[in-house]
Ligand binder design. Sequence first.
Ligand SMILES: O=C(O)CCC(=O)C(=O)O
Ligand SMILES: [Fe+2]
Length: 525
Amino acid sequence: MAPRKLTPPVLGADASQKAVAALRKHLSAQLSPVLCVEDAALAARCRAMASRESALHASQPDARQEAFPLDGPDWSQLREDLTALAERTLRRLAPDVPRLPLDARLCLRRYPPGHTGQRLGAHVDDTLCTLLWASTPGLEILAPQDDAAWNGADVAKVGLPTMGPPPKVVQEDDWATVTPPSADCFLFTPGNGWSGIVTSVPLRSPTLHRVAVGGDVERLSLPLLVSVRGDYGSALNSVGEALRQISLDGAAKAAEDRLSPLTEVLGVELLQHLDAESLCRLNMCARFFGEEHATTRRSRCEDAARERALDLMQGHVTGLCVLEGVSSVRQLGQQVFRAFLVAFYKSLAREQCRTFPYLPDGRRIPKGRWPKWRQDFQGWFHTLDAFEAGPVAAYAAAEALRGLAMAVTGGSPPQAVLDAAREAADRALLARPGELRVWVDTRRDLPHDDGRIAALVAGQGGRWERNYDSDDYSDDSYDTMFFGTATFPSLRHAVEVKDALRADEAVECLSVQYLDWERLNYLLS
Ligand SMILES: O=C(O)CCC(=O)C(=O)O
Ligand SMILES: [Fe+2]
């Protein structure tokens, strides 16, 4: 019996809000959801590049399926363009999902002619989502006749050994062949990581699929496997892994067994003591199995994160509360509050690595730790994470406050508000962790003064190094320059000794290496 054919709905470039809402419903309702995404130019590029690449590889005798890694600038460019299409698709379906950094893998699969039956076994992709171009149909998805009798846990168990009750078995006629409506289509399918991230489009299950293709035609495909990169990616993935375990080992029990028993055992107060990342992980679980707060409709973890972030913000937005005539950050109007968070994030993204390269525990701040876009529930974790990271957040908050005070008052905020923000920024700067190198210009290029300067610097735990003129090959011993560097254990150490250093007759002036770092120069002057 020829397999049934199934044509997925198309997400057109000009789809209305209503059409997109219908597609979301479709994704949520299907056991193995698939959408088509059209892009004629990209599809044509895939076709041309896939056949060119395939021609470079000799066929293995009897291979039912071969996969080739793709190297070189053309493939990198294509991967980027496909990833951009996947991201656009994702954002149209779930605009509330924060812009998480994505990673994508691309390979070429070749299904040589002359075989029948299954060519790539049934699986769910370990991705956030997958974008698939293929030269001909051949992808099959699970679409059982008794659809209503299946749930997500059944799909997760397909093909796996289990100790529990016998899993559902997929029959041959439970598969349907996906037939896109045109050759310009890509197939978009959610993977295992979807549900941990795209909570606004819940799924019955991610897409269980396989490839079965027969006949005399060679089939080529380019699957783009998209996942979330970085800390969040691994945090979310490990939660995804744990959740899969839970759903495999005891789905029925877990669905009933929400977060409340955990908090009953450990106490709700526990949530106050978790760091942002742990809270985020727990929240991910809570969103699956957790209890919502009856009035806020947020999960308990999300609520706890929000409360803690508000407490931490309280000290930083005093000036804003004064301007708005309220006494607590909780009373700030939603618009003002949002504007503050946007300004805070802008400032954080600008300052984090340059002014504050180190976290209080000595680690370097990883690039992109705080993404610019923070909305909805993950925003609270980013906010909390930032405020837990020491003075960098206090500095960003003070900077944000100053800009916002200007905007709120049409350019003339009360001096007291500006002064308070300035003071908060200076305090944050003085608490900057990590080494600081100070440039010291001297009045003479003679090394005679070095002992004195070195002693002053060493008094604050620092070290002094005179710069040498590497081009000076003359045999006099004074091939030293008019400057050197003093490296202090922290900025505060430098500020402690700056007056004594500047008072020394040998010292001309002090500066820090970043010339646009005006405030620090001011503090050191
Ligand atoms: O080749 C195909 O059409 C599907 C490939 C696939 O499912 C995968 O690479 O995960
Ligand atoms: Fe796949």
